[in-house]
Design a protein around this ligand. Sequence first.
Ligand SMILES: Cc1cc2nc3c(=O)[nH]c(=O)nc-3n(C[C@H](O)[C@H](O)[C@H](O)COP(=O)(O)O)c2cc1C
Length: 234
Amino acid sequence: MRDLDPAATSASDLAAMRVDYGDPLVIPAEETDLDETWVAGGWEPLLRGWIEQARAVGVAEPNAMVLATVSLTGPAPRPVARTVLCKGLSPEGVTFYTNYDSAKGTQLAADPYAAASFVWPALARQVHVRGVTERVSAEVTAAYWAARPRESRLGAWASRQSRPVASRAELDRVLAETTARFADVDDIPVPPFWGGYLLRPDEVEFWQGRRGRLHNRIVVRIDGQTTTVERLQP
Ligand SMILES: Cc1cc2nc3c(=O)[nH]c(=O)nc-3n(C[C@H](O)[C@H](O)[C@H](O)COP(=O)(O)O)c2cc1C
Protein backbone atom coordinates (compact mmCIF):
# COMPACT_ATOMS: atom_id res chain seq x y z
CA MET A 1 0.00 0.00 0.00
CA ARG A 2 2.80 2.41 0.89
CA ASP A 3 4.28 2.03 -2.58
CA LEU A 4 1.18 3.44 -4.26
CA ASP A 5 2.16 6.13 -6.71
CA PRO A 6 0.06 9.22 -5.92
CA ALA A 7 0.19 10.16 -9.60
CA ALA A 8 -1.66 6.93 -10.40
CA THR A 9 -4.78 8.38 -8.82
CA SER A 10 -4.61 11.80 -10.45
CA ALA A 11 -7.79 13.75 -10.98
CA SER A 12 -7.69 13.16 -14.73
CA ASP A 13 -7.78 9.38 -14.21
CA LEU A 14 -10.72 9.72 -11.83
CA ALA A 15 -12.59 11.80 -14.34
CA ALA A 16 -12.02 9.14 -16.98
CA MET A 17 -13.42 6.33 -14.83
CA ARG A 18 -16.81 5.38 -16.25
CA VAL A 19 -18.97 2.30 -16.30
CA ASP A 20 -21.56 1.74 -18.96
CA TYR A 21 -24.55 0.35 -17.11
CA GLY A 22 -25.71 -1.22 -20.35
CA ASP A 23 -22.77 -3.62 -20.09
CA PRO A 24 -24.25 -7.07 -19.47
CA LEU A 25 -21.38 -7.80 -17.09
CA VAL A 26 -22.87 -5.15 -14.82
CA ILE A 27 -26.57 -5.70 -15.38
CA PRO A 28 -27.83 -9.07 -16.57
CA ALA A 29 -29.15 -8.70 -20.10
CA GLU A 30 -32.50 -10.10 -19.03
CA GLU A 31 -33.00 -7.48 -16.33
CA THR A 32 -36.05 -5.36 -17.08
CA ASP A 33 -36.63 -1.77 -16.08
CA LEU A 34 -37.33 -1.17 -12.41
CA ASP A 35 -40.86 0.20 -12.12
CA GLU A 36 -43.64 0.77 -9.60
CA THR A 37 -44.76 -2.88 -9.75
CA TRP A 38 -41.46 -4.00 -8.18
CA VAL A 39 -42.57 -2.51 -4.84
CA ALA A 40 -46.16 -3.78 -5.05
CA GLY A 41 -45.37 -6.10 -2.14
CA GLY A 42 -43.73 -3.30 -0.12
CA TRP A 43 -40.20 -1.95 -0.01
CA GLU A 44 -38.83 -4.61 2.32
CA PRO A 45 -39.00 -7.70 0.07
CA LEU A 46 -37.32 -5.80 -2.78
CA LEU A 47 -34.50 -4.52 -0.55
CA ARG A 48 -34.07 -8.01 0.90
CA GLY A 49 -33.93 -9.45 -2.63
CA TRP A 50 -31.34 -6.94 -3.78
CA ILE A 51 -29.10 -7.65 -0.75
CA GLU A 52 -29.47 -11.36 -1.44
CA GLN A 53 -28.60 -10.93 -5.14
CA ALA A 54 -25.54 -8.84 -4.22
CA ARG A 55 -24.44 -11.67 -1.91
CA ALA A 56 -25.07 -14.23 -4.64
CA VAL A 57 -22.76 -12.45 -7.10
CA GLY A 58 -20.01 -12.23 -4.48
CA VAL A 59 -20.26 -8.60 -3.36
CA ALA A 60 -18.24 -8.16 -0.15
CA GLU A 61 -20.39 -6.97 2.77
CA PRO A 62 -23.63 -6.86 0.70
CA ASN A 63 -25.48 -5.61 3.79
CA ALA A 64 -23.18 -2.61 4.29
CA MET A 65 -24.91 0.76 4.25
CA VAL A 66 -23.63 4.29 4.64
CA LEU A 67 -25.46 5.79 7.59
CA ALA A 68 -25.85 9.56 7.74
CA THR A 69 -26.76 11.32 10.95
CA VAL A 70 -26.93 14.97 11.91
CA SER A 71 -24.46 16.62 14.24
CA LEU A 72 -25.93 19.52 16.19
CA THR A 73 -22.82 20.40 18.20
CA GLY A 74 -21.46 23.13 15.93
CA PRO A 75 -22.90 26.52 15.02
CA ALA A 76 -25.08 24.87 12.36
CA PRO A 77 -26.34 21.30 11.79
CA ARG A 78 -23.87 19.14 9.85
CA PRO A 79 -24.29 15.75 8.18
CA VAL A 80 -21.96 12.95 9.29
CA ALA A 81 -21.74 9.67 7.37
CA ARG A 82 -20.07 6.31 7.99
CA THR A 83 -20.64 2.67 7.08
CA VAL A 84 -22.51 0.21 9.28
CA LEU A 85 -23.93 -3.25 8.63
CA CYS A 86 -27.64 -3.84 8.31
CA LYS A 87 -28.24 -6.72 10.71
CA GLY A 88 -32.01 -6.91 10.54
CA LEU A 89 -34.69 -6.14 8.02
CA SER A 90 -38.46 -6.17 8.44
CA PRO A 91 -41.39 -4.14 7.11
CA GLU A 92 -40.82 -1.94 10.21
CA GLY A 93 -37.33 -0.91 9.16
CA VAL A 94 -33.62 -1.67 9.05
CA THR A 95 -31.58 -2.51 12.14
CA PHE A 96 -27.91 -1.89 12.86
CA TYR A 97 -25.78 -2.27 15.97
CA THR A 98 -23.26 0.09 17.46
CA ASN A 99 -21.95 1.82 20.56
CA TYR A 100 -24.67 4.10 21.97
CA ASP A 101 -21.98 6.51 23.24
CA SER A 102 -20.25 6.76 19.84
CA ALA A 103 -20.44 9.88 17.71
CA LYS A 104 -23.39 8.42 15.79
CA GLY A 105 -25.09 7.38 19.04
CA THR A 106 -24.70 10.86 20.49
CA GLN A 107 -25.96 12.39 17.26
CA LEU A 108 -29.01 10.12 17.16
CA ALA A 109 -29.80 10.99 20.78
CA ALA A 110 -29.91 14.67 19.81
CA ASP A 111 -31.65 14.19 16.45
CA PRO A 112 -33.08 10.73 15.71
CA TYR A 113 -33.43 11.28 11.96
CA ALA A 114 -31.05 9.32 9.76
CA ALA A 115 -30.50 8.17 6.21
CA ALA A 116 -28.88 4.93 5.13
CA SER A 117 -27.65 4.20 1.61
CA PHE A 118 -26.83 0.79 0.21
CA VAL A 119 -24.82 0.74 -3.02
CA TRP A 120 -23.90 -2.28 -5.11
CA PRO A 121 -21.99 -0.93 -8.13
CA ALA A 122 -21.56 -4.50 -9.44
CA LEU A 123 -25.33 -4.64 -9.89
CA ALA A 124 -25.80 -0.96 -10.77
CA ARG A 125 -28.20 -0.60 -7.89
CA GLN A 126 -28.60 1.55 -4.83
CA VAL A 127 -31.25 2.00 -2.14
CA HIS A 128 -31.78 4.94 0.21
CA VAL A 129 -33.71 4.50 3.45
CA ARG A 130 -34.67 7.67 5.33
CA GLY A 131 -36.57 8.13 8.54
CA VAL A 132 -36.49 8.25 12.28
CA THR A 133 -34.43 5.89 14.43
CA GLU A 134 -35.20 4.37 17.77
CA ARG A 135 -33.24 2.00 19.98
CA VAL A 136 -34.35 -1.61 19.69
CA SER A 137 -35.42 -3.43 22.86
CA ALA A 138 -32.83 -5.01 25.15
CA GLU A 139 -34.28 -8.39 24.08
CA VAL A 140 -33.63 -7.72 20.39
CA THR A 141 -30.07 -6.57 21.15
CA ALA A 142 -29.50 -9.63 23.36
CA ALA A 143 -30.65 -11.99 20.60
CA TYR A 144 -28.17 -10.47 18.14
CA TRP A 145 -25.40 -10.29 20.75
CA ALA A 146 -25.80 -14.02 21.37
CA ALA A 147 -24.70 -14.66 17.78
CA ARG A 148 -21.59 -12.46 18.02
CA PRO A 149 -18.25 -14.23 18.32
CA ARG A 150 -16.35 -13.86 21.61
CA GLU A 151 -13.71 -11.68 19.95
CA SER A 152 -16.35 -9.19 18.75
CA ARG A 153 -17.91 -9.10 22.21
CA LEU A 154 -14.54 -8.32 23.78
CA GLY A 155 -13.96 -5.63 21.17
CA ALA A 156 -17.29 -4.00 21.97
CA TRP A 157 -16.37 -3.88 25.67
CA ALA A 158 -12.83 -2.63 25.00
CA SER A 159 -13.63 0.24 22.64
CA ARG A 160 -14.96 3.60 23.76
CA GLN A 161 -15.95 4.11 20.15
CA SER A 162 -15.23 7.52 18.59
CA ARG A 163 -13.08 8.71 21.55
CA PRO A 164 -9.41 9.50 20.98
CA VAL A 165 -6.80 6.92 22.00
CA ALA A 166 -3.11 7.63 22.47
CA SER A 167 -1.80 4.73 20.39
CA ARG A 168 -2.44 1.28 18.94
CA ALA A 169 -0.51 -0.09 21.94
CA GLU A 170 -2.97 1.54 24.33
CA LEU A 171 -5.90 -0.04 22.46
CA ASP A 172 -4.18 -3.46 22.64
CA ARG A 173 -3.50 -2.95 26.36
CA VAL A 174 -7.21 -2.24 27.05
CA LEU A 175 -8.21 -5.30 24.99
CA ALA A 176 -5.79 -7.49 26.98
CA GLU A 177 -7.23 -6.07 30.21
CA THR A 178 -10.79 -6.74 28.99
CA THR A 179 -9.86 -10.28 27.91
CA ALA A 180 -8.42 -10.95 31.38
CA ARG A 181 -11.48 -9.47 33.08
CA PHE A 182 -13.81 -11.84 31.23
CA ALA A 183 -11.45 -14.85 31.29
CA ASP A 184 -13.76 -16.84 33.58
CA VAL A 185 -16.99 -15.66 31.96
CA ASP A 186 -18.42 -17.99 29.33
CA ASP A 187 -21.26 -15.78 28.22
CA ILE A 188 -19.92 -12.23 28.04
CA PRO A 189 -22.90 -9.89 28.69
CA VAL A 190 -24.06 -7.04 26.48
CA PRO A 191 -22.28 -3.81 27.44
CA PRO A 192 -24.78 -1.25 28.79
CA PHE A 193 -23.52 1.24 26.19
CA TRP A 194 -24.04 -1.03 23.17
CA GLY A 195 -27.09 -2.08 21.15
CA GLY A 196 -29.25 -1.75 18.10
CA TYR A 197 -31.18 0.95 16.34
CA LEU A 198 -34.20 0.51 14.14
CA LEU A 199 -34.41 3.01 11.28
CA ARG A 200 -38.12 3.27 10.46
CA PRO A 201 -38.34 4.62 6.94
CA ASP A 202 -40.74 7.28 5.82
CA GLU A 203 -39.02 7.11 2.44
CA VAL A 204 -37.24 4.31 0.57
CA GLU A 205 -35.78 4.95 -2.86
CA PHE A 206 -34.71 2.21 -5.26
CA TRP A 207 -32.28 3.15 -8.03
CA GLN A 208 -31.29 1.03 -10.98
CA GLY A 209 -28.60 2.16 -13.40
CA ARG A 210 -29.50 2.11 -17.04
CA ARG A 211 -27.74 2.57 -20.36
CA GLY A 212 -27.50 6.19 -21.43
CA ARG A 213 -27.70 7.39 -17.82
CA LEU A 214 -31.48 7.75 -17.83
CA HIS A 215 -31.63 5.61 -14.74
CA ASN A 216 -34.71 4.25 -13.01
CA ARG A 217 -35.72 5.71 -9.63
CA ILE A 218 -38.73 4.51 -7.69
CA VAL A 219 -39.50 6.05 -4.33
CA VAL A 220 -41.86 4.61 -1.72
CA ARG A 221 -43.22 7.13 0.80
CA ILE A 222 -44.79 5.91 4.01
CA ASP A 223 -47.01 8.22 6.03
CA GLY A 224 -48.75 6.27 8.78
CA GLN A 225 -50.98 3.76 7.04
CA THR A 226 -50.64 5.49 3.67
CA THR A 227 -48.00 4.41 1.19
CA THR A 228 -47.40 6.18 -2.10
CA VAL A 229 -45.09 5.18 -4.92
CA GLU A 230 -43.59 7.61 -7.40
CA ARG A 231 -41.04 7.56 -10.21
CA LEU A 232 -38.39 10.27 -10.00
CA GLN A 233 -36.33 11.72 -12.83
CA PRO A 234 -32.78 10.45 -12.82
C1 LIG B 1 -17.90 -2.41 5.99
C2 LIG B 1 -17.98 -1.73 7.32
C3 LIG B 1 -18.94 -2.13 8.24
C4 LIG B 1 -19.03 -1.50 9.48
N1 LIG B 1 -20.02 -1.89 10.33
C5 LIG B 1 -20.18 -1.25 11.51
C6 LIG B 1 -21.28 -1.57 12.36
O1 LIG B 1 -22.14 -2.42 12.05
N2 LIG B 1 -21.38 -0.89 13.53
C7 LIG B 1 -20.48 0.07 13.91
O2 LIG B 1 -20.63 0.63 14.98
N3 LIG B 1 -19.45 0.41 13.10
C8 LIG B 1 -19.28 -0.22 11.92
N4 LIG B 1 -18.24 0.13 11.08
C9 LIG B 1 -17.34 1.23 11.51
C10 LIG B 1 -18.03 2.56 11.26
O3 LIG B 1 -17.95 2.89 9.87
C11 LIG B 1 -17.46 3.73 12.08
O4 LIG B 1 -16.07 3.86 11.85
C12 LIG B 1 -17.68 3.55 13.58
O5 LIG B 1 -18.95 3.03 13.86
C13 LIG B 1 -17.52 4.89 14.30
O6 LIG B 1 -18.45 5.81 13.77
P1 LIG B 1 -18.85 7.16 14.51
O7 LIG B 1 -17.60 7.69 15.18
O8 LIG B 1 -19.36 8.07 13.45
O9 LIG B 1 -19.93 6.83 15.52
C14 LIG B 1 -18.13 -0.46 9.83
C15 LIG B 1 -17.17 -0.06 8.90
C16 LIG B 1 -17.10 -0.68 7.67
C17 LIG B 1 -16.06 -0.21 6.68
